[in-house]
Structure formats: structure tokens, C-alpha cells
Design a protein around this ligand. Structure first.
Ligand SMILES: NC(=O)c1ccc[n+]([C@@H]2O[C@H](COP(=O)([O-])OP(=O)(O)OC[C@H]3O[C@@H](n4cnc5c(N)ncnc54)[C@H](OP(=O)(O)O)[C@@H]3O)[C@@H](O)[C@H]2O)c1
Length: 245
């Protein structure tokens, strides 16, 4: 009997690297996302690496009806259920400043859409008494900054949601881990100015798997970002509001 990993946002390159690694453990994977052709390629890769099964399923964080089929499918699988959330969108802050109607989409992609899905999955996990949830937030959620404060606010909301979910599900043997990446070399950061302490999708996944093994509650990847964000959070607001970091 194999466990199932639901991977939301499976077209992200971090998610693809995670799917490959988790497939090698013999788990079944549900690859959920919007680009079915991209998911199909990952599906073949997962099967080649030893997944018990791999299934691509349509998932749009902005369309909660797309959650139904995934929840029905995983409800019928034996073994423990696990979920990872790699969904998120980070439009340029200046675009949002000139079109505030974009805020709703950013918050749905990075927070309320995935939270809605997890809220519906939670009772199934509680009933089975095990499994893990891995939610990808961002260091951007640790402090509102000039360059990405709407995205950061959505990630902060998601991190707070995960903290509460951890409190709830931990009582039933389900572990919830929050992942706060600094810059990762993916589609989201291509074309942006060079950033310090950048990691790769494989590096981020190695940190996630290590965190899961150690049952960590909150991890930073690369790990140096825990210290960097401690310093950034410590800057007094009267000074911080004048900085452009
Ligand atoms: N790269 C970084 O530096 C960095 C830093 C901190 C946190 N993160 C977080 O890491 C996660 C993965 O990001 P990434 O760097 O791999 O960038 P990415 O390739 O842009 O991944 C974002 C993922 O979210 C999906 N997505 C966005 N809106 C969606 C929606 N409405 N419905 C369903 N899926 C949606 C994208 O799907 P499509 O392919 O269909 O667009 C894609 O799979 C994100 O949560 C991101 O916020 C990244």
C-alpha cells in the first residue's frame, strides 16, 4: 500500500524536482496544475523513477470547482495522504500599484486558493491519522517590503494559516511544515536583478526533504535566510520604512 503525495502547482520547477525525489520512494503522485502538457511530461518522469502511480489533474487556485475531482480521487486511495503547495504568483509590484484589482488574484494564488483546498483535505488526513502538509511560503512574508508587499502579504497570510493548521492537525498525527525560500533560480526569478544567497530547485528540495525527515515546523531555504530575515525583522520600523531592500 503506497502513500499519496498531492503536488499543487506541479509545473513549478521546485515542484518538479520534488515530484522526482518523492517518486523514487515509491509513493503515488498527483500532479495538479494548469498546464496539462507540462504535467504529462512530469508524470512520465515520475513513473520512470519508481512512483506507484502518477496522475495529472487540472487545478486552478482561482476555481474551487477544480478541487473536487482531486479530492474525490485521493479520497479513494489507500495509505496516507500528503500534500505540498508550490502555487504562487508574483506580478511586478508596480503593475499591482497601477491596477489594484490584481490583488485578489495574487492573494488567491498564494494563500486563499491553496488554503481552501487544504481545508477540505484536512478532515481526510485527520481521519487517517498521519501524513504531512508542506506549504511553500516565502521570506517575502516575513516583512512587508517596497518591491513585493502584496505578494509578501499573501505569503504572510498563508504562513499564519499553516501555523494554525499545524496546531490543529498535529493533534491527529499529521505534520505541517512551512517552507520559506529566499531566492530560487526558477521562472519566478528569471530576468530579475541578481539576488544574494540564491539556491536551486534541487537545493530547495534537499532542504524540504531534510526538514520532513526531522519533522521541522518552519524551514528557510537556503538556510542562511533564517539569519538574514532575523536581521531584517529586527530593523526598527522608523528606519525600515526608509530602506529600499
Ligand atoms: N523562485 C523564488 O525565488 C521563490 C522564492 C520564495 C518563494 N517561492 C515560492 O515557491 C513556489 C514555487 O515557485 P517557483 O519559483 O517554482 O515559480 P513558478 O514556476 O512561477 O511556480 C509557481 C507555480 O504556481 C502555479 N500557479 C500560479 N497561479 C496558479 C493558479 N491560479 N492555479 C494553479 N496554479 C497556479 C504555477 O502554475 P503555471 O505553470 O500554470 O503558471 C506554477 O506551478 C511559489 O509558491 C513561490 O511563491 C519562490
Amino acid at each position: 500500500m503506497s502513500d499519496t503525495w498531492i503536488i499543487l502547482g506541479a509545473t513549478s520547477s521546485i515542484a518538479r524536482a520534488f515530484a522526482r525525489e518523492i517518486s523514487a520512494t515509491g509513493a503515488g503522485v498527483v500532479l495538479a496544475g494548469r498546464d496539462m502538457a507540462d504535467l504529462a511530461a512530469t508524470e512520465a518522469d515520475c513513473l520512470a523513477r519508481g512512483a506507484a502511480y502518477a496522475k495529472s489533474m487540472a487545478f486552478d487556485a482561482r476555481d474551487t470547482t477544480s478541487f473536487d475531482a482531486i479530492l474525490d480521487f485521493v479520497g479513494g486511495q489507500a495509505g496516507m495522504l500528503n500534500a505540498t503547495v508550490f502555487v504562487g504568483s508574483m506580478p511586478d509590484q508596480s503593475e499591482i500599484d497601477s491596477d489594484p484589482s490584481m490583488i485578489a488574484g495574487v492573494v488567491t494564488d498564494s494563500f486563499t486558493g491553496p488554503a481552501n483546498f487544504l481545508q477540505r483535505l484536512a478532515p481526510m488526513m485527520e481521519e487517517r491519522g498521519g501524513g504531512a502538509v508542506v506549504g511553500v511560503g516565502s521570506v517575502a512574508g516575513d516583512r512587508g517590503r517596497l518591491g513585493n508587499y502584496v505578494y509578501g502579504a499573501a505569503k504572510a497570510g498563508f504562513a499564519t494559516y499553516l501555523s494554525g493548521l499545524r496546531n490543529r492537525l498535529g493533534r491527529e498525527g499529521v505534520h505541517v511544515m512551512t517552507v520559506k525560500p529566499g531566492p530560487v533560480d526558477t521562472a519566478m526569478t528569471w530576468g530579475l536583478d541578481s539576488m544574494p544567497f540564491m539556491t536551486t530547485p534541487d537545493g530547495a528540495v534537499a532542504d524540504i526533504l531534510k526538514g520532513l525527515r526531522k519533522k521541522r515546523n518552519v524551514i528557510y531555504t537556503a538556510g542562511i535566510w533564517r539569519l538574514v530575515m532575523f536581521v531584517i525583522r529586527s530593523v526598527p520600523e522608523p528606519i525600515f520604512k526608509k530602506l529600499s531592500i
